[in-house]
Structure formats: C-alpha cells, structure tokens
Design a protein around this ligand. Sequence first.
Ligand code: ZN
Length: 131
Amino acid sequence: LWAAECSVDIQANDQMQFSSTAITVDKSCKTFTVNLAHSGQMAKNVIGHNWVLSSSADMQGVLADGGAAGLDHNYLKPDDPRVIAHTRVIGGGEKDSTSFEVSKLKAGEQYMFYCSFPGHAAIMKGSVELK
Ligand code: ZN
C-alpha cells in the first residue's frame, strides 16, 4: 500500500535559500507537517529564517505587519488570522516544525510559503498546492 507523504523537510541556508520552491500537499492527509532546518551558521538575529504559510493574496500584508512585529514575535503579527501555519525564526544549526490541518487549504486557491525575516521573502518563497 502506498501512503501519502504528509510531511516535508526543508532546509534554509546562509545564502537565504530554501531547499524547495514548491510544496504539494496531498489532500488525503489530515494534517501536514513542515520540518525546517537552518543549515547555515548565522545567528537568528542576523540571517534567521522561519517558514510561513498563507494565501498568495495575504502574503504582502503578513510581511508588512510581521516586519513591524519584530524578532521577538518571529516577524509575525501575534495571532495573525492570515497565517495558516508558521515555525519560529531559527538560526544556524537550529530546527523547528509546524503542523496544520489540511482542511484549511482550499482546492484552486493559491498559497505561498516564505520567510518573514525582513527582506528575505523576495528570494525565500515558494508555492504550496493542494492536490
Ligand atoms: Zn529568512
């Protein structure tokens, strides 16, 4: 029997790159888990990374409010309802994971994942698709 993969491992590095630019979430999964690892050496206040999921339409608003919220809030507005899932901001050598209910994703809607550390999302972003 083939079982759907309901998790993904993603690395982020000191060059502000995610190891993936597209994530497919299998609709047969109840929950989906993202395991983020920072493979670089930079401290989280210098080149920290998180993994944030929202609709494409909400991305710029989440980033604008997140930049104002600061590192203490993982560069996200606290309890931002536009954020579907997110990890903490981590530095080199650190890891964090997040899980979300797949029912929060709608077929046909466009979703993005990105790092909300100020300036990083220009490069550090990718698509999330429900299939
Ligand atoms: Zn980052």
